[in-house]
Design a protein around this ligand. Structure first.
Ligand SMILES: Cc1cc2nc3c(=O)[nH]c(=O)nc-3n(C[C@H](O)[C@H](O)[C@H](O)COP(=O)(O)OP(=O)(O)OC[C@H]3O[C@@H](n4cnc5c(N)ncnc54)[C@H](O)[C@@H]3O)c2cc1C
Length: 445
């Protein structure tokens, strides 16, 4: 479903006269990951083609940024435009128990210097358009409305893509192909590399409200995470421009969808009525769109790169919406992929061994988030109790909430988390599945 927005330059499509038959890199998918990879590669002088299936602006869920995005946004040259935008400023995250009791907010400024102590809540239709236009400004050959049908291989080596250019199927060659197709995970499906995490079989139902009650002052743009009384689900509350708030519920797929009577809207309303921290904020507000559903969005790839190809963002893997890490991981993995591909193109070594050098660093950062996600879903875990028992871990917890997870050692935090609640082991990922996420609202993915 699309939100109403004035047409802007990025909706220019259909002009393929400058399209060539070969590029240094073809990037598939113009979301945050694809625009980061392509923009940074173009900055380095590479010849990059970016192909996006949809036409922007389009609706997208995933609206809360975390502060560690700022370094990549700065490299891309868009921090000033973010600062000049109407996106609400976010300084903190606050958690509410199933009885409605609030934790004290986790302010990013507790651990971060001023330039990284604040971030933004973004309307994705606008943010993604800004990122796409910026990639084009950086010299990327960028097209919308062009769906890539398959990655082309010569033996084991990716050599380009076949895409649908407004009804005309064309083959484009490239030295490297970057899959940034988000939850579509084109290459994971094509090569059957997708694995799901049995500990995170979640679903979400979400909508937007206008006129919901938000806090004041520095807390006005805070993300709120509110548990329901049953602790079987939780809500996010994300303030957006124009007094709109994004509100969504996340819970186990068995609890929220399977074996549950009623429409998505009815289930959303039932869950909302069980969330005492949220009801007073939305009861006088106007719902702006029908509740939408996304299922089974947590998964990983078993291989992040191969000869001539590499993945970034959700195409590589997605954890869980709990700590708003998706865009951060899209930007940071996009940056890692761009730096790896830049050096590989310069050395003319696009082998799997060379291209997958970034993956251990990315996986270690994702693992820091995953442990905290597992803890949150444990029925006996509460941040309040944990930090009362281990006050020395407040700073590492804020570091994770900020997204400052790369190249850090969180082993003492994990050890004490494990001593309080028995966390599932990360190795317990299920075998490969290539069926992918079942989205009942595919336009939202
Ligand atoms: C319920 C829920 C709530 C979330 N909340 C948050 C949040 O608050 N904060 C946060 O940071 N993240 C959140 N996320 C995650 C976030 O939305 C994603 O992690 C983020 O959008 C990933 O960026 P990406 O560029 O990898 O993928 P996407 O943003 O999905 O971009 C991929 C692009 O590829 C295009 N594409 C797909 N297939 C093709 C093809 N064959 N050819 C050409 N183009 C193609 C798509 O049209 C899309 O534009 C949430 C996710 C869910 C499920």
């Amino acid at each position: 479903m699309e939100q109403e927005h004035p047409a802007n330059s990025s909706s220019r499509t259909g002009d393929f006269t400058t399209l060539r038959s070969a590029y240094d890199a073809v990037v598939i998918g113009g979301g945050p990951a694809g625009t980061t990879v392509s923009g940074l590669l173009a900055q380095q002088g590479h010849d990059v083609l970016l192909l996006e299936r949809d036409r922007f602006p389009r609706f997208k869920i995933g609206e809360s940024l975390i502060p560690a995005t700022v370094g990549v946004l700065r490299r891309l040259g868009i921090v000033e435009r973010m600062e000049a935008s109407t996106f609400p400023k976010k300084y903190s995250v606050q958690f509410f128990s199933g009885s409605g009791k609030a934790s004290s907010p986790f302010y990013f400024g507790e651990t971060e210097p001023p330039e990284q102590s604040q971030t933004w809540q973004v309307l994705r239709s606008e943010f993604d358009t800004l990122m796409f236009d910026n990639a084009r400004d950086l010299g990327v050959h960028a097209h919308q409305g062009v769906g890539v049908k398959e990655v082309l291989f010569d033996g084991d080596r990716a050599v380009g893509v076949r895409a649908d250019f407004e009804g005309e199927s064309r083959e484009i060659r490239s030295r490297v192909v970057v899959d940034a197709t988000g939850q579509r995970a084109l290459m994971s499906r094509q090569l059957k590399l997708r694995t799901t995490d049995p500990n995170l079989r979640q679903a979400s139902i979400f909508t937007h409200f206008q006129g919901a009650v938000r806090d004041e002052g520095i807390d006005e743009g805070a993300t709120l995470i509110l548990q329901t009384a049953s602790k079987k689900s939780w809500f996010w509350f994300i303030p957006l421009p124009d007094n709109v708030a994004s509100v969504g519920v996340v819970g186990g797929i068995d609890h929220l969808i399977r074996g549950r009577e009623g429409s998505p809207q009815e289930i959303f309303d039932q869950e909302l009525s069980q969330c005492p921290g949220l009801v007073p904020r939305v009861e006088g507000a106007r719902q702006l769109m029908p509740a939408q559903v996304l299922n089974e969005f947590s998964y990983m790839t078993r291989q992040g790169a191969g000869d001539g190809w590499v993945m970034a963002g959700d195409a590589f893997g997605f954890l869980d919406p709990m700590y708003s890490t998706g865009v951060l991981l899209a930007l940071r993995s996009g940056e890692m992929v761009a730096d790896t591909v830049d050096a590989a193109l310069k050395d003319d070594d696009l082998s799997r061994a060379r291209l997958e050098t970034f993956t251990p660093r990315l996986m270690a950062g994702m693992s820091a988030f995953r442990k905290l996600v597992y803890a949150f879903y444990h029925p006996e875990f509460s941040f309040g109790r944990f930090l009362q028992a281990f006050p020395e871990h407040r700073i590492p917890v804020v570091k994770i909430l900020v997204g400052d997870v790369f190249d850090r050692d969180f082993s003492a935090l994990y050890r004490d988390l494990d001593s309080m609640v028995d966390l599932p082991s990360e190795g317990s990922q299920a075998g490969p599945t290539d069926s992918g996420s079942s989205q009942t609202a595919s336009s939202a993915a």
